[in-house]
Write a protein that binds this ligand. Structure first.
Ligand code: 5AD
Ligand code: SF4
Length: 469
C-alpha cells in the first residue's frame, strides 16, 4: 500500500480513539518551508479530528516544528519546553517536536536527557508518518523517536490546512547540495530532491480553483529545480516540456486565476539566463527577486563556499536590472563569519550601497555544530559582530527610508490580504515588491488586486488611497 494511504488509515484510527473534540497548538520556527510543513501537520491533525487553538491552557497536543539555522531558535524551544512541563504534569498533554533541529543528534540527546517528558521526536524526513507516531504514543503510552538519517522521499497527497485563503506556498524541491560552510541545512534536510512537474502544476491549478491569487514556490535552492536530474541524466516524468526552473515558471504563469508568482530562495550561481528571461517575460512573476548575498567580499565568499565573487554578484545584478524592467531586489547577509576583517566587511557595505536592496535580512553569524564554519579557528568576537551588524543596519535603514519616498505619488498594484492587524478599520495588502500598504476600503476588496495611490511612507509600511478603476 502507498505510504500516504497507510497514514490515512492511522488518521482515521486516531480519530476513532478520541471520543471528544481534541485541540492542538503548533509553534513554527524558521523559514517558509517549515511553515509549509506545518500546514501539512495541521492538515493531518485536522483529519484526525483535532481543532487548532492558540491557548496553551486548553490544548491536548503541543507541537513544535523547529529550525536550526541560527542558535536563538534553540533557546526558544528549550524555554517553551520548560513552560510546558507543568501542563504535562497537570493534564498529561502530548508534546511532539519535529523539524530540522531534530536531525541534530546533540539536540535530541539533550531532549532525552533533560526533557524526558517529550512524547514524540520526529525529523524532517518522517513528517508524513506523524499520524502513525501519534497513534502509537496514544495507544502504547510510550515515548517515541522517529528520525531518518537518509534523505526522505517526496510524498504527494498529504492533507494540508493552509494559513491563508489568498496566498499559498508550494514546495517544489527539498534539500540542498551546496554546503555553504556556515549552513546546517544540507545536513538536516538532505540532498536536493525535486517534485515532479505534473504534481506541482496540478497543485497550483487546484489552488487557483480554490480562489488563491498568489503562490510562492519554495525550495532551499529553488532555482536549481531539476538540476541534478538534468546533470546526471536521471529520467523523470516529463510534463508540458517542464525540465528546469525557468520552464516551470513559464507553465505556472499560464494558470488562470493565479495573479502573482513569487519564489524563495534562489542561489546566485543558479541564476541562469533562461530564469532571468522568464522573470522578465512572465507577467505574473513578481519583479522582486530575493538574491542572497551573504557577504560582499570575495575572500569571505570563498571561505563560505558560495561559488561567486563580489564582481560576479554585481555583474549578475547589473544584467538582471538591464533585462527585467522594474526589478527590485532583496537579500540575506551574514556578518561576522570566521576570519572576516573590518576591511572585508566594508565590501559588504559597498555592495549594499551599490545594489540598493528593497529589503535586507541581516544575520549575525552563528556557529552550527558539524559545519566547516564551526571548526574555523578565527571566530570573530561577539562585540565586533554586533558592531558590524549595527553599522549594516544603519546603512540599510537609511536606504529603506530613502527608497520609501520614491513610492509616494505612484500607483501600485496591491493584492489585498485582509484587515490591518493594528486597525481593523483599515485594509492591508502588498505591492509587487512585497511592501505592506494599508488603506481605507471596503472589506469585499479582500482577495482582490487593486490599484492604490501611495500617499505617505513610513519605515515598515506605506499608506495608500483606493482609486476606482
Ligand atoms: N549564522 C547566521 N546566519 C545564517 N544563515 C544560514 N546559516 C547561518 C548561520 N550559521 C542565514 C543565511 C541564509 C538565511 C536563511 O539564514 O543568510 O540565507
Ligand atoms: Fe544553506 Fe547555502 Fe544550501 Fe542555502 S544554499 S540552504 S545557505 S547550504
Amino acid at each position: 500500500m502507498n505510504e500516504i494511504e497507510e497514514q490515512k488509515k492511522y488518521m482515521q484510527k486516531v480519530k476513532e480513539l478520541n471520543n471528544k473534540k481534541m485541540k492542538y497548538m503548533i509553534l513554527t520556527m524558521g523559514c517558509q518551508l517549515n511553515e509549509n510543513d506545518s500546514e501539512k501537520l495541521c492538515g493531518m491533525l485536522e483529519k484526525m479530528g483535532y481543532e487548532r487553538t492558540e491557548k496553551q491552557q486548553e490544548t491536548d497536543i503541543a507541537l513544535f516544528n523547529t529550525c536550526c539555522v541560527r542558535e536563538n531558535a534553540e533557546d526558544k524551544l528549550f524555554g517553551k519546553l520548560g513552560e510546558l512541563k507543568r501542563l504535562k504534569e497537570e493534564k498529561g498533554i502530548i508534546i511532539a517536536i519535529g523539524g530540522c533541529m531534530m536531525q541534530e543528534k546533540h539536540i535530541t540527546d539533550k531532549i532525552k536527557e533533560s526533557y524526558p517528558f517529550v512524547d514524540i521526536i520526529f525529523g524532517t524526513h518522517t513528517l508524513q508518518r506523524f499520524p502513525e507516531d501519534l497513534y502509537k504514543v496514544l495507544t502504547d503510552k510510550k515515548r517515541l523517536e522517529d528520525i531518518l538519517d537518509i534523505d526522505g522521499k517526496i510524498y504527494e497527497g498529504l492533507p494540508i490546512k493552509r494559513d491563508s485563503k489568498i496566498k499559498a506556498s508550494v514546495t517544489i524541491m527539498n534539500g540542498c547540495n551546496n554546503f555553504c560552510s556556515y549552513c546546517i541545512v544540507p545536513y538536516v534536510r538532505g540532498r536536493e530532491r525535486s517534485r515532479k512537474p505534473r504534481a506541482i502544476i496540478e497543485e497550483v491549478k487546484e489552488l487557483a480553483k480554490e480562489g488563491y491569487k498568489e503562490i510562492t514556490l519554495l525550495g532551499q535552492n529553488v532555482n536549481s529545480y531539476l538540476r541534478v536530474e538534468r546533470e546526471k541524466q536521471i529520467q523523470f516524468e516529463e510534463y508540458n516540456g517542464i525540465n528546469s526552473f525557468a520552464s516551470l515558471l513559464k507553465e505556472i504563469n499560464k494558470i488562470e486565476g493565479i495573479e502573482r508568482i513569487r519564489f524563495v530562495s534562489p542561489h546566485p550561481k543558479d541564476f541562469t539566463d533562461d530564469v532571468i528571461e522568464q522573470i522578465s517575460k512572465c507577467d505574473k512573476v513578481c519583479k522582486l527577486v530575493h538574491l542572497p548575498l551573504q557577504s560582499g567580499n570575495t575572500k569571505v565568499l570563498k571561505e563560505m563556499n558560495r561559488k561567486y565573487t563580489k564582481e560576479q554578484y554585481l555583474n549578475l545584478v547589473t544584467k538582471m536590472k538591464e533585462r527585467i524592467p522594474n526589478l527590485t531586489l532583496s537579500t540575506d547577509i551574514i556578518v561576522g563569519f570566521p576570519g572576516e576583517t573590518d576591511e572585508e566587511f566594508e565590501d559588504t557595505l559597498d555592495v549594499v550601497k551599490k545594489v540598493k536592496f528593497e529589503q535586507v535580512y541581516m544575520f549575525i553569524y552563528s556557529r552550527r555544530v558539524g559545519t566547516p564554519g564551526d571548526k574555523m579557528e578565527n571566530q570573530v568576537p561577539d562585540e565586533i559582530k554586533h558592531k558590524r551588524f549595527n553599522r549594516l543596519k544603519e546603512l540599510v535603514e537609511g536606504q529603506i527610508e530613502e527608497n520609501n519616498k520614491k513610492y509616494v505619488g505612484t500607483i501600485q498594484k496591491v493584492l489585498v490580504e485582509g484587515e490591518s492587524k493594528n486597525n481593523k478599520e483599515l485594509l492591508t495588502g502588498r505591492t509587487d515588491s512585497n511592501k505592506v500598504v494599508i488603506f481605507e476600503g471596503d472589506k469585499n476588496l479582500i482577495g482582490q488586486m487593486v490599484d492604490l495611490k501611495i500617499i505617505s511612507e513610513h519605515m515598515w509600511y506605506l499608506k495608500g488611497e483606493f482609486i476606482n478603476k
